[in-house]
Write a protein that binds this ligand. Structure first.
Ligand code: RB5
Length: 144
């Protein structure tokens, strides 16, 4: 189960990704927004990120205009490692090396075709562990 959230700037791209997830039979919960009306990304980021931290959802896919604002909000939620990505390499290695649990995409930055590739590689790349684990442990210790 994935947690999805967006503001108005990421609303259309989130809808494109929902179509892709539907085709693939991947389950998700959409925490809003539900219209293209202007709204504030921290509100929806919090709902989706809380669902990841509680274990209700495995990972979050978050969308705003740039992917950056919603990633900043998401990274304030304890337990979240969110990465704003607009290239394939970053979307892959934020899983492999950073064990990211939230991917943030910019609806005004990436087109739907690239976004699908980014989501796909993000969802299908495992964390490598090993030397990266102690770095993640140090990242998470910064929350304390
Ligand atoms: C909204 O206009 C825009 O600022 C927001 O979607 C996002 O890009 C912020 O980082």
């Amino acid at each position: 189960m994935l947690a999805l959230a967006s503001d108005h700037g990421g609303f259309e791209l989130k809808n494109e990704i929902k179509k892709y997830l539907d085709e693939k039979g991947i389950e998700y919960r959409d925490f809003g927004c539900y219209t293209a009306e202007s709204c504030d990304y921290p509100d929806m980021a919090k709902l989706a990120c809380d669902a990841v931290v509680s274990g209700e959802c495995e990972k979050a896919l978050l969308f705003c205009g740039t992917g950056i604002g919603i990633s900043m909000a998401a990274n304030k939620v304890k337990g979240i490692r969110a990465a704003a990505c607009s290239d394939y390499f970053s979307a892959k290695y934020t899983r492999a090396h950073n064990d990211a649990n939230a991917l943030c995409l910019g609806g005004r930055v990436v087109g739907p075709g690239l976004a699908v590739e980014l989501v796909d590689v993000f969802l299908n790349t495992p964390f490598e562990g090993g030397r990266h684990q102690k770095r993640i442990d140090k990242v998470m210790a910064l929350e304390k």
